[in-house]
Design a protein around this ligand. Sequence first.
Ligand SMILES: [Zn+2]
Length: 276
Amino acid sequence: MPEGPEIRRAADRIAAVLINEPIEEIAFAFPELQRFGKLLRGATVTEVETRGKAMLTHFDNDWVIYSHNQLYGIWKIARRGKLPATRRSLRLALHTASHSALLYSASDISVWPRDEIGMHPFLARLGPDLLSRPPQWQEIATRLDEREFRGRALGALYLDQGFLAGVGNYLRSEILYCARVHPARRAQTLSRAERGRLARESLAVTRRSYDTGGITLPPRLAAQARRESGAFERRRFFVFGRDGHQCYRCDDVIRRGSMGSRRIYWCPTCQSDSGP
Ligand SMILES: [Zn+2]
């Protein structure tokens, strides 16, 4: 399941072929959307925004296409006139003079006036997105202390898209490790310094994963990890998928557990469960 960094990179690829090129042709597969074809033909894409796992394609005439890939949706980019060989059903096609951006298999697509997009029921309950329009770290620190979030265990909170959009399962383990806080701790038990560190690491780890294509280890450790044999996850992450292996910071061994019905990893020494 792709997380914020993977969605943002897909958005970058789409933006690279669509932005500032007039849309010559546009096709919606769903009958209720076809009337928007006339409205968007000839318009120009100004931005491809992501909010968590949703993508917003903004047009210069103040309309926006909302799409969510859910489990099966996938975007493909092609040269104009060269449709990829696939058995998937094409749901949305945007064609410029030179390229096509094609959305297959997704069923959650709608078109909105820009002023009203915030009322989309999925977007309305999303927290700030860490990549498309990232908040300041202070805003995340404040959020950690809000009544709605402060009583919850961090391991659960970091999967809640209403808290921060785009953090998924591997990012939550990596962010909590880098901030040195145990997943079972509640936000209200964090010191001011810990809250600040967690807020800054939320941004930094997500950003690094975006920049590197899904590697949260910094360059020196990533180079070291690549030389070791092992599973895909062990060569990319500090803790995720590394249960039974030694922590990069101390002599302890990474543990694996389950929170929110999904696997989570931590170092029992670096991430104390009782605070500083
Ligand atoms: Zn450790």
